[in-house]
Design a protein around this ligand. Sequence first.
Ligand SMILES: [Mn+2]
Length: 312
Amino acid sequence: MLITFKQAASKLKAANKILITAHILPDGDAIGSTLATMQMLRALGKSAQVFIDDDVRKNLHVLPHFEEIRRPVDGEKFDADLLLILDTSPDRIGNVAKMTDAPILNIDHHVTNKNDAGDLYVEPDAAATCEIIFKLAGELNVKITPEIATCLYTGLATDTGFFQFSNTRAETFKTASELVNCGVKPNIISEQMERRSAAEVLSMRTALNSLKIFYGGKVAGMFLDLPTMQNCDSTEGFIDLIRVIDGVDVAFMISERSEKVCRVSMRSKGVDVSKVANELGGGGHIRAAGCTLYTTLDDAEKILVAAIGKAL
Ligand SMILES: [Mn+2]
């Protein structure tokens, strides 16, 4: 059920033992928003714990309290009176979904979130879930410590491509400005987020070598097969290498995660790629979306290129 911002805040006020989670394949906004909310709720005297059912990119391990994030072990239960799901709908939280039967509070900024498994506050205009959590801190009267600010700024910065993407709005800068006032060092976060291993940069080269152009230059794609992926800690930002090509409206990357499991990311300058992703069982934003195709890399390419062609 859709609820208002104030209702979401009072659900949090009423809860005492909160299990916090976000999506698998976690990004800066998923980790930043969960860690910030955990600290905020603890500051209010509540018990709060973050569980994420996936590995987390090394760059994000530097965030305050990162070491407290837990991954559920087989059949593990958690005593909670609220399951807080951030930055995604409840179908992308892996085994955390099985840890509790507590009511769900879902806070997100993905326009494709149509969750009806619990209470949903969705703000599609927010640049990041961290932008919503910042407002929530105000509503809950929580003081934003430098540690909380660092987590929130990281989510805000990474989800906007460091304030370059179309989701960047005036409020995003206002939020960023206030976070800097709370003690964030933007240059340090930028340096930490852009760090890459040599293996990752070599994988970028492999990705660029696979570049293909479709539809007379309007669409560009990159392909990473399983052996390449096994040597690659993260493909974050790879797609930006081809998003910039002159005349390209939709850029995509397909990475083979295991046999017949291909992860698709898309970025666009005009086409609504959230619709393309939705049609293929995924979701996201108008200009940044993704899905998983359960087939070979070759077939995934055919399916995706046809679906993008229809949307052009
Ligand atoms: Mn996000």
